[in-house]
Design a protein around this ligand. Structure first.
Ligand SMILES: Nc1ncnc2c1ncn2[C@@H]1O[C@H](COP(=O)(O)OP(=O)(O)OP(=O)(O)O)[C@@H](O)[C@H]1O
Ligand SMILES: [Mg+2]
Length: 205
């Protein structure tokens, strides 16, 4: 099943095209790694796929349930929420006004998988960068995405958390989710079977 299809997509800031005639087809269960130097357009591509930036031209088809974790958390760390509360917001669907027992179970499951369950009642301002990153990942997974967009999710993760993250991603790939992940770390590219690498280049006009 197709989770994403881009056909000759162009994404611009002002007059500068960062993404030029870009085509990509991603099937369920596939992992796409996006690499390339700083400024080559990796985050721009991911934001375009997430629907946060418009295409200047070209076509896009994307799965219905898409979760996106941005490169740098723009969350206000002083926001008076706990880990559990942030993770639960990932379960929200249009028109739903409360969390069901099932939502709570899902949040608990992903907090456990990502090793942040013990932090459930901690305020987010007390977390380390790597812990906060895992909170946002757990939140994204609670949306039960068909397409998961991760912009440098491993930055700031120690070896153990990195391993936990990849285990978690492997599981959701096997369930049919497609993942597009930006990474600078070549060792990431080895770990997943059904994967491809896209290298972005830096010639913007
Ligand atoms: N909001 C914006 N307005 C104008 N230009 C932008 C904007 N955001 C990014 N750019 C430019 O677009 C280009 C691509 O940026 P982008 O953030 O997509 O790169 P990247 O590959 O994600 O880099 P990094 O590895 O540093 O995260 C850069 O030249 C950048 O200066
Ligand atoms: Mg980036």
């Amino acid at each position: 099943m197709i989770r994403l299809e881009l056909e000759n997509a162009v994404i611009k800031y002002g007059d500068t095209a960062i993404i030029k005639n870009f085509s990509l087809k991603v099937e369920s269960g596939e992992m796409i790694f996006v690499t390339g130097s700083n400024g080559s357009g990796k985050s721009t591509l991911i934001r375009g796929i997430a629907g946060l930036l418009p295409l200047s031209s070209g076509k896009i088809f994307r799965a219905e349930r898409v979760s996106y974790v941005p490169q740098v958390e723009e969350a206000d760390r002083n926001f008076p929420a706990t880990v559990k509360e942030i993770v639960l917001t990932g379960t929200q669907r249009k028109g739903k006004l409360f969390y069901t027992q099932n939502d709570k179970k899902l949040a608990e499951k992903f907090m456990k998988e990502l090793g942040i369950f013990e932090l459930s009642d901690s305020k987010i301002k007390t977390l380390s960068g790597g812990q906060l990153r895992r909170v946002f990942l757990a939140r994204a997974l609670c949306g039960e995405p068909e397409l998961l967009l991760l912009d440098e999710p491993c930055a700031g993760l120690d070896a153990e958390s990195h391993k936990i993250l990849f285990g978690c991603l492997q599981k959701i790939l096997e369930k049919g989710c497609a993942i597009i992940m930006v990474t600078h770390d070549d060792s990431d590219l080895e770990g997943i079977k059904n994967s491809r690498v896209i290298e972005m280049s830096n010639n913007h006009e």
